[in-house]
Design a protein around this ligand. Structure first.
Ligand SMILES: [Zn+2]
Length: 318
C-alpha cells in the first residue's frame, strides 16, 4: 500500500469512528430517587423539553425492588441518563435490573434502555406492540436524531435498544413477589401507550397519559383517548400516580390533567360550532383555561393543542 493510500485509509477510519461525545466526561447530574411506596422509587426529572441545559434528561424514571430483582419503568432519554438511573438504583439495592417497561415511543422515556442492557445484558425490555413496531420502522432513528439536535450532540453516544417483548391490555405479569398489571389505552398520548400498575404498592405509572403541572406535546395523540385514559386511571383507585412529567401525587393530579384536556376540547368545540377557525378562537379558548396559563409548556402548546382539537372534532364528524 502506498503511503498516500495508507494515510487516506487512516483518515477514513478516523471519520468512521463514533463521535466521542462530551457526555463521557460530563455525565448526567444525579437526581436522587424519591421513595413513594414501600418498594417503589421515582426519579423526578426537571420539567421542559430536552435541552443542553438539562442534558436531555427530563422524564420520570421509576423502579420497583422485587425480591428477585429490580423492575425499571422508563429509564430516561439517553445512554447517560440511563447510567444516572442505575447510579440511583445502586444507592437502594444491589439486586440486578431484570425487567424494563417502556411506557411509549417518545425517546425521552426509553433511549436509556441502552444503559440497562450495557449493565444487565439479560434484562427483558417490554412495551406496547405498536411501540416496538414504530421504533423498528424508523421511530428509533428519528428520536435519536431529535435528541442529538435538542442537546447539541450531548447524547451522541446513545444507540436505540428497542424492546422485544410485547405486552397487551389487561395483562398481568408476576415479577418476583410483585404483580404488574398493564393498561393500554387506545389513541391516548401516542397510540403506543401502556400504564403499569404495581398492584401490591397501589402505584400507577401513567406514562405521558398524565402530566402534572406541565403541558406537553399531544402531536401523536387524541384528546378523547387521553381523557379516556385519565378516566381509566382514576377508576383504578390507586394511592400513588406517577405522571410522565411532574411530581407524583394522588388521584387529584389525574383529575386536574383531565380537566385541562376536557376544558380545552369543549371550548374548541364551542368555537368550532360557532364557525370560528383555529386562529380566531385562541383568545376565547385561553380565557377558559385561566387556571392553567402559568404552567410550563402552556404558551408553547396552546396553538398546537387547539389545531389538534379542531382536526379531531372534524374527524369525529365524518
Ligand atoms: Zn411522550
Amino acid at each position: 500500500m502506498t503511503r498516500f493510500k495508507q494515510l487516506a485509509y487512516t483518515l477514513i477510519a478516523a471519520l468512521l469512528l463514533p463521535a466521542s461525545s462530551y457526555a463521557d466526561d460530563n455525565p448526567v447530574r444525579d437526581y436522587p430517587a424519591q421513595k413513594i411506596a414501600a418498594h417503589t422509587y421515582v426519579i423526578h426529572g426537571p420539567l421542559g423539553q430536552p435541552s443542553v441545559e438539562n442534558q436531555g434528561f427530563m422524564n420520570n424514571p421509576g423502579f420497583v425492588i422485587t425480591k428477585d430483582g429490580v423492575v425499571v419503568i422508563d429509564p430516561g432519554s439517553s445512554l447517560e441518563a440511563g447510567r444516572m438511573v442505575l447510579r440511583q438504583i445502586a444507592k437502594h439495592t444491589s439486586l440486578p435490573v431484570i425487567d424494563v417497561f417502556d411506557t411509549h415511543i417518545h425517546g425521552d422515556h426509553w433511549l436509556g434502555n441502552q444503559a440497562i442492557i450495557e449493565a444487565y445484558p439479560n434484562a427483558k425490555l417490554l412495551a406496547h406492540p405498536q411501540m416496538i413496531r414504530e421504533a423498528q420502522e424508523g421511530g428509533a432513528a428519528t428520536w435519536i436524531a431529535q435528541m442529538n439536535t435538542l442537546t447539541n450532540n450531548y447524547t451522541a453516544s446513545t444507540q436505540a435498544v428497542i424492546p422485544t417483548i410485547p405486552v397487551v391490555d389487561e395483562q398481568s405479569i408476576q415479577i418476583g413477589d410483585m404483580h404488574f398489571h398493564i393498561y393500554a389505552p387506545e389513541n391516548a398520548h401516542s397510540g403506543t401507550d401502556i400504564m403499569i400498575e404495581v398492584v401490591e404498592e397501589s402505584v400507577l405509572f401513567t406514562g405521558d397519559n398524565v402530566l402534572n403541572n406541565y403541558i406537553g406535546r399531544l402531536d401523536d395523540g387524541t384528546f378523547k383517548g387521553s381523557i379516556a385514559a385519565c378516566n381509566r386511571a382514576i377508576g383504578l383507585h390507586d394511592k400513588h400516580y406517577v405522571p410522565g412529567h411532574g411530581q407524583t401525587g394522588s388521584v387529584a393530579i389525574v383529575r386536574r390533567y383531565r380537566d385541562y384536556l376536557s376544558t380545552l376540547y369543549a371550548a374548541v368545540k364551542e368555537q368550532y360550532d360557532a364557525g370560528k377557525s383555529d386562529f380566531e378562537m385562541k383568545d376565547a379558548v385561553a380565557a377558559k383555561l385561566q387556571k392553567f396559563r402559568n404552567l410550563p409548556g402552556f404558551t408553547e402548546q396552546l396553538g398546537k393543542h387547539i389545531s389538534l382539537a379542531v382536526l379531531e372534532i372534524e374527524a369525529n364528524q365524518q
